[in-house]
Design a protein around this ligand. Structure first.
Ligand SMILES: *[C@@H]1O[C@H](CO)[C@@H](O)[C@H](O)[C@H]1NC(C)=O
Ligand SMILES: *[C@@H]1O[C@H](CO)[C@@H](O)[C@H](O)[C@H]1NC(C)=O
Ligand SMILES: *[C@@H]1O[C@H](CO)[C@@H](O)[C@H](O)[C@H]1NC(C)=O
Ligand SMILES: *[C@@H]1O[C@H](CO)[C@@H](O)[C@H](O)[C@H]1NC(C)=O
Length: 171
């Protein structure tokens, strides 16, 4: 009985946690290094293993007096050619947000020569995976939830459990 209760608490928690998880994400390009040539960030490696979904944003933070954010095609990305950008996302503040609202490949470079130093980013934007099926049992019958939904929810429960552990430790 205690296990069931614990599971229910986790599941309830999981649903609360999963809602913002499933929504659009704003990616800080280069994480805390930003869009820069100073730290030798390899933006190919930064993007590796990340899943960019339609509806996400890229957030470029950089020195507005030096760099810029230009969207180019694949050829110009490879050649670091900034002569005919598809889109100039530079607003002048050094903080530019690019909506990834089409499922395709995007290519960004910084002009002014910085691309040659490594300031180039390619991201593959995917369609959002279908949302997990909401189980009608959740509201009604705990035994059914325990037996039937357990398989589906178990990874989530583990993830939440791990997050919870971390939370407890940080507390
Ligand atoms: C990119 O644009 C350049 C110049 O407009 C063009 O020569 C090149 O073929 C384009 N490459 C692709 C992959 O579309
Ligand atoms: C991009 O737009 C910014 C702001 O409007 C402008 O200052 C800059 O010259 C443009 N850069 C290019 C390469 O078009
Ligand atoms: C994507 O966002 C850009 C910039 O806000 C906008 O111009 C374009 O119409 C949008 N495209 C789609 C398919 O929503
Ligand atoms: C980034 O790393 C990849 C290998 O992970 C390498 O192929 C690529 O040339 C590097 N890019 C730059 C700009 O150094």
């Amino acid at each position: 009985m205690k296990r069931v209760l614990l599971l229910l608490v986790f599941v309830a928690f999981a649903f609360i946690v999963m809602v913002p998880e499933a929504s659009a994400k704003r990616w800080l390009v280069g994480d805390n290094m930003g869009w820069s040539s100073s730290y030798g960030v390899n933006y190919t490696n930064w993007a590796k293993g990340k899943h960019f979904y339609n509806g996400d944003w890229l957030f470029f933070v950089y020195d507005r007096n030096q760099m810029n954010v230009l969207e180019v095609n694949k050829t110009d990305y490879e050649k670091c050619n900034s002569d005919h950008p598809l889109h100039n996302w530079t607003t002048g503040a050094g903080r530019d947000v690019v909506p990834l609202n089409v499922t395709r490949n995007y290519y960004f470079i910084s002009g002014k020569g910085f691309c040659f130093g490594g300031m180039k980013l390619a991201v593959h934007v995917e369609n959002l995976p279908p949302p997990p099926k909401a189980s009608p049992e959740v509201a009604g019958a705990p035994p059914a939830l325990y037996s039937r939904s357990q398989v589906v929810l178990l990874p989530v429960v583990f993830a939440v459990g791990a997050a919870w552990d971390t939370f407890i430790h940080l507390w």
